[in-house]
Design a protein around this ligand. Structure first.
Ligand code: ADP
Length: 496
C-alpha cells in the first residue's frame, strides 16, 4: 500500500467536499456537506464564509478519520473551488465583512453598465480577457467595500483582506499566515492583467479597490504554506490550487494546445487549452488563465452553454416524461431518430456564439407522429449541437483543429448522448472513467509541486472510454444544418 496520500478539497457552489487519494489516484475516502444558500433579494446570492470554512474543515477531518491514516501520511493538499465568489474579511480577527457574494449574484449589474458607459469595456477585455459582467469578483468587491458597514474605513487602514474562495480557505488553513491565490482564480476577478500577470492598478482605481486588500498571486503549483497544526494534528503542505473549470481541464489531462474538455452538468462549461497564447475571441468567448507551473503559463478559451442537463430536468419535471434523468437514454433509444424534431432549449436566451437574450425555447418540426421519445431524443441531441456550436467558434478563434473531445459531468453517463456527440463533432469523444475530474485536477496539481508524480506519469494514468464517430460526415452535417435553422426560428422571440 502507498504511503503517500493527497487530500483534495473541492469547495463548490452548493457543497464542500473532500476526497482522499493514494499516489495512484485511487479514491480512498470522500465526504461532502451542503451549506446554506442565501437569496436576500431577487438576483442576490450569498454564502456565509464561516459556514464554507466549517463545512470544508469538517469534510477534510471526516475523510482523515474514516481512512484511519496518520495525518503525517498526507503529503499534499490541493484546492479547487467555485470561482469568482468574493469574500472580504478582517486581517486581525478573521471576521468576514458580511456574506460572500456568489458568482451568480447579479446585484452589481448596474455597476457593470456604468463601466461600459464610462468606456472601460475594451480596457477590461484587453487586460483581463473578460467581459464587463457582474459574474466576476471586481464589482462584487467594490460593492462590499462600499456597502458593508465599516469595510471601507477598515480597508483604508489596511485591515481588510479580499479573496476568492481558494484564498479564504488557504488563509484559514494556514491559521491566518498566508494571504495568497494563484493565476486561474486571479484571472476571474476582472482586476488581474492576464498578460503581465499582475494586479492592474488602473482597473483597481476605477473600481476604488485599495491594492492593500489584494492577495499575492503565485503559480498554480506552489508551496503555498502548511496547515496550522491544531487543525489536523500535522503540518500538511498546501501545494496546488485551481479554479473549478481549470481544474477539470487539468484533471482531464488537457495539457497541450488545442485540447478541449467539456463538462456536461446543469449547463456546459467548455475550455480549450490555447498554450502560451492568449487568444481574443471574435465570438464572445472569454480568455482566461488555465494555470501556471514554473515557467509555463497556459491560457484557455472558455465558452459556456446555459441550459444542458437542465433541459433533461425539464423533460423530467416540467413535461413529466420520466422520473430519473438517466431514463432519458432508454427513452431516446426507443426511436431510430428524432423524427425530424429539434428542441432548442433557449429557456434563458442564447449564449455563445449567438448572444441573443431575447431568444426563447422551441420544439420544431412536430408532426402527428411525434412522440415523447422523439422530443426526448431531440433534447439530448440539443446538448451535442450546442457543444458543436461552441467548438466550431473556438476552432475559428484559435485556428486549431480539434483532435479529440474530453468530457465529464453528470450527463456524460448517457451513452446515447456521447455517441451522438462523437458523430456530430466527427472526432473521438473521451469520457473520463472518473466522472469527477475537477477534484482529480486539484490532486494532480498538488502532486506536481509535492514531487509525488510528474505530469507525464499522471497523463499515462488517464482512463477513458472512447466513443468514435460512426455516422458519415454528410449525414451529420445535414442534421446540424437542421439545428441551425431551428435556432434561427427561436431567435429574437421576446420583444426587446
Ligand atoms: P451540476 O454539477 O451542474 O449539478 P452534474 O454534473 O451533477 O451537474 O449533472 C447533473 C445534470 O446532468 C442534471 O441536469 C441532469 O439532468 C443531467 N443528467 C444526469 N444523468 C443524466 C443522464 N443519464 N442522461 C442525461 N442527463 C443526465
Amino acid at each position: 500500500m502507498s504511503s503517500k496520500y493527497i487530500l483534495a478539497l473541492d469547495q463548490g457552489t452548493t457543497s464542500s467536499r473532500s476526497v482522499l487519494f493514494d499516489a495512484d489516484y485511487n479514491v480512498i475516502e470522500t465526504a461532502q456537506k451542503e451549506f446554506t444558500q442565501y437569496f436576500p433579494k431577487p438576483g442576490w446570492v450569498e454564502h456565509d464564509p464561516l459556514e464554507i470554512w466549517e463545512t470544508q474543515l469538517f469534510t477534510a477531518r471526516e475523510v482523515l478519520r474514516k481512512s484511519g491514516l496518520n495525518p503525517s501520511q498526507i503529503k499534499a493538499i490541493g484546492i479547487t473551488n467555485q470561482r469568482e465568489t468574493t469574500v472580504v474579511w478582517n486581517r486581525h480577527t478573521g471576521k468576514p465583512y458580511g456574506h460572500a457574494l456568489v458568482w451568480q449574484d447579479r446585484r452589481t449589474a448596474s455597476i457593470c453598465e456604468e463601466l461600459k458607459k464610462g468606456g472601460h469595456e475594451t480596457e477590461i477585455r484587453e487586460k483581463t480577457g473578460l467581459i464587463a459582467d457582474s459574474y466576476f469578483s471586481g464589482t462584487k468587491l467594490h460593492w462590499i467595500l462600499q456597502h458593508v458597514e465599516g469595510a471601507k474605513e477598515a480597508a483604508q487602514k489596511g485591515e481588510v483582506l479580499f479573496g476568492t474562495i481558494d484564498c479564504w480557505l488557504l488563509w484559514n488553513l494556514t491559521g491566518g499566515k498566508v494571504h495568497a491565490t494563484e493565476v486561474s482564480n486571479a484571472s476571474r476577478t476582472m482586476l488581474y492583467n492576464i498578460h503581465t500577470l499582475s494586479w492592474d492598478e488602473s482597473l483597481c482605481t476605477i473600481l476604488q479597490i485599495p491594492v492593500s486588500v489584494l492577495p499575492a498571486v503565485y503559480d498554480s503549483a506552489h508551496a503555498f504554506g502548511k496547515t496550522e497544526v491544531s487543525l489536523f494534528g500535522a503540518e500538511i503542505p498546501i501545494t496546488g490550487i485551481l479554479g473549478d473549470q481549470q481544474a477539470a481541464l487539468f484533471g482531464q489531462g488537457c495539457y497541450e494546445p488545442g485540447m478541449v474538455k467539456n463538462t456536461y452538468g446543469t449547463g456546459c462549461f467548455m475550455l480549450m487549452n490555447t498554450g502560451n497564447q492568449s487568444i481574443q475571441s471574435k465570438h464572445g468567448m472569454l480568455t482566461t488563465l488555465a494555470w501556471k507551473i514554473g515557467n509555463e503559463t497556459r491560457y484557455a478559451l472558455e465558452g459556456s452553454i446555459f441550459i444542458a442537463g437542465a433541459a433533461i430536468q425539464w423533460l423530467r419535471d416540467g413535461l413529466r416524461f420520466f422520473e430519473k434523468a438517466s431514463q432519458s437514454e432508454e427513452f431516446a433509444m426507443r426511436v431510430p431518430d428524432s423524427g425530424g424534431v429539434y428542441v432548442v432549449p433557449a429557456f434563458a436566451g442564447l449564449g455563445a456564439p449567438y448572444w441573443d437574450m431575447y431568444a426563447r425555447g422551441g420544439i420544431l418540426g412536430l408532426t402527428r407522429g411525434t412522440t415523447a421519445e422523439h422530443i426526448t431524443r431531440a433534447t439530448l441531441e440539443s446538448l451535442a449541437y450546442q457543444t458543436k456550436d461552441i467548438l466550431d467558434a473556438m476552432q475559428q478563434d484559435s485556428g486549431i483543429t480539434l483532435q479529440t473531445l474530453r468530457v465529464d459531468g453528470g450527463a456524460t453517463l448517457n451513452d446515447f448522448l456521447m455517441q451522438f456527440q462523437a458523430d456530430m463533432v466527427q472526432v473521438p469523444v473521451h469520457r473520463a472513467s472518473m466522472v469527477e475530474t475537477t477534484v482529480l485536477g486539484a490532486a494532480h496539481m498538488a502532486a506536481v509541486q509535492a514531487g509525488i508524480n510528474s505530469l507525464e506519469a499522471i497523463n499515462r494514468n488517464g482512463r477513458f472510454r472512447v466513443f468514435l464517430p460512426h455516422e458519415d460526415k454528410e449525414k451529420s452535417a445535414e442534421k446540424y444544418a437542421g439545428w441551425q435553422k431551428a435556432v434561427q426560428r427561436c431567435m429574437k422571440w421576446e420583444e426587446e
